[in-house]
Design a binder for this molecule. Structure first.
Ligand SMILES: *[C@@H]1O[C@H](CO)[C@@H](O)[C@H](O)[C@H]1NC(C)=O
Ligand SMILES: *[C@@H]1O[C@H](CO)[C@@H](O)[C@H](O)[C@H]1NC(C)=O
Ligand SMILES: *[C@@H]1O[C@H](CO)[C@@H](O)[C@H](O)[C@H]1NC(C)=O
Length: 512
């Protein structure tokens, strides 16, 4: 079969042989042979001329401008020593080195600033919410008093009416908030972090992630959309703004020089984040993806996604208003507050997975720390447990996919579906430990499995997980999921099952 088709060759050395052999197959075609030979001669000649001019001294004297070797490093001071006026200390990055620029509007801020109270820490976090108008004109509005009291201080954006736009005027204004923040000249800034007014940041983990990068270089760090349709429409190379993204000081400085002109070049783009991406790409700086930034471009229930978080620190969540509550039977805000309560106990560990098996009962247990525990009444392989269950749809077309990660469908048979537990409380234990408790949730489907095995699972009403608090340095090492262990030989007292998360032993595997 394969002999009937010519094998494409990417090896230029094979070209002459191929041409010659095909020519000898058809000796009559002398004209063709002549042209091929002439072509080859030209090709070899051009290569020789190129090589000669590249290595001859004349090229370096500038007589052969059409082919120059790259300049040796260090000859262009503008390239190697960017006008760096930032913090050039190499001490570890901490929260004081980050400044947030949050895009908001007078209309949305009173409702959404509530989300910022979940993560904003006055006197610890620095930054501003940038609004389109001075809210003083709304001062009679009671909601403004609440919004202003314990959330991000606000500033009013510069007038941007001079810029072109095609779909959204506010996209231009919000694209410029990093620039306006940069021009405030705040001291010791290493990172400019952008977000929307409905972005929730996990600040300690953001610091952990950013501290892995040298802030004296040009970095553009963030995440994509979960829905492939969104990445195709906008760009896989773009950091989606709601999930938040970080620009290092040198990149922000370089961008600030070209940004206003750049905005007019990309006036046809839809969002502010796409404008920043397009301008960064003119500088030549690509997106560095970090898996903890979450745009949450999904519809429906985000459970499957959050219960199978990749092995990376959770940095942000977005679109909380657009998806179901992350904990059923609680409001969106309350369930996030609950998630934050375990985050505060052990920030690096939030949503991290651990799996264990009860071999006697043939159960699989998947912990997503600080959020949920699932018990499957069967042995399920680790690679399946870490694949998100599709409890959600795509953002734009509300379809079953594709997403930028693999998913698996929900278990239709109630006897194979897991019993699900949600965080009830989290507490510190001693200097270095934690206890988190999870209560069983009625999934409300009304479907119940009538099997003795499932009844045994159902006898567990609450799960208590103990663990040591995770060292943030954990995220600087090669990633490895931690292990867990069933305590008291799996005995259930008063409806409570006890588990312990621990470092895996060197040779330990999660094997059915
Ligand atoms: C952050 O690091 C700087 C050194 O770069 C140090 O002076 C400062 O005290 C640190 N701040 C916090 C909150 O740890
Ligand atoms: C923040 O600092 C100011 C002045 O240093 C102080 O008056 C205020 O009480 C502090 N706020 C909090 C929440 O610690
Ligand atoms: C969770 O379960 C425990 C013990 O079963 C109970 O005391 C507690 O009230 C439950 N929490 C919620 C929010 O129902």
């Amino acid at each position: 079969m394969s002999q009937t088709r010519a094998q494409p060759s990417h090896d230029p050395l094979k070209v002459p042989k191929l041409l010659l052999s095909s020519a000898t197959d058809k000796p009559k075609d002398a004209v063709s042979l002549f042209f091929r030979a002439a072509f080859l001669t030209c090709l070899v000649g051009s290569i020789l001329i190129l090589l000669f001019s590249a290595f001859s001294p004349a090229a370096h004297r500038g007589t052969a401008h059409w082919l120059r070797l790259p300049e040796p490093p260090g000859t262009d001071p503008g390239e190697d020593h960017p006008d760096y006026a930032g913090d050039d200390s190499s001490e570890p990055t901490n929260i004081s080195h980050i400044v947030f620029s949050i895009g908001g509007s007078v209309r949305s801020w009173p409702g959404r600033s509530r989300y910022s109270t979940l993560w904003w820490q006055p006197n610890r976090t620095r930054g501003y919410a940038w609004l389109d108008e001075d809210p003083k004109s709304h001062i009679g509005d009671n909601r403004w008093q609440v919004a202003a009291s314990n959330s991000i201080p606000y500033r009013v954006s510069e007038d941007t009416t001079r810029f072109k736009y095609s779909s959204s005027k506010s996209a231009v204004r919000i694209a410029r908030i990093f620039l306006e923040t940069f021009r405030l000249n705040l001291p010791r800034v290493r990172w400019f972090v952008m977000g929307d007014d409905d972005s929730v940041f996990f600040v300690d983990n953001l610091v952990t992630v950013l501290s892995r990068y040298d802030h004296r270089e040009m970095w553009y760090i963030g995440g994509n959309s979960e829905s492939v349709e969104q990445d195709v429409m906008h760009s896989y190379g773009m950091a989606f703004g709601g999930g938040g993204f970080a620009l290092s000081y040198p990149l922000a400085a370089r961008l600030s020089k070209i940004f206003d002109g750049c905005l007019d070049r990309y006036y046809k783009f839809y969002g502010s984040d796409q404008r920043v991406w397009a301008c960064a790409s003119e500088i030549g700086v690509p997106l560095t993806r970090e898996l903890g930034f979450h745009q949450i471009d999904i519809r429906g229930n985000p459970y499957g996604l959050l219960a199978a978080h990749p092995l990376a620190p959770l940095v942000s969540l977005h679109h909380i208003d657009s998806v179901d509550s992350v904990i059923p039977h609680r409001t969106k805000f309350d369930s996030l507050e609950t998630l934050m309560s375990s985050y505060r106990v052990d920030p690096p560990r939030i949503l991290q997975q651990s799996f264990c098996y009860n071999r006697i009962r043939k159960w699989s247990i998947a912990i997503s720390w600080g959020y949920t525990v699932r018990i499957y009444p069967s042995l399920v392989a680790a690679h399946l447990l870490e694949t998100p269950i599709r409890t959600f749809k795509t953002w734009r077309t509300r379809k079953d996919g594709p997403f930028t990660f693999n998913t698996r469908s929900m278990e239709p048979d109630p006897c194979s579906a897991p019993a699900v537990y949600f965080l009830d409380e989290a507490q510190e234990v001693g200097q270095a430990g934690s206890l988190t408790s999870y209560n069983r949730s009625d999934d409300g489907s009304g479907k119940e499995c009538k099997s003795a095995e499932f009844d045994r699972v159902m006898a567990i009403r609450r799960i208590v997980v103990s663990s040591m608090r995770m060292d943030p340095e954990y995220w600087k090492m090669a990633p490895r999921r931690q292990c867990c262990e069933i305590m008291d030989r799996g005995s259930i007292k008063n409806g409570i099952l006890r588990l312990r998360i621990k470092k895996c032993r060197p040779f330990e595997t999660i094997t059915i």
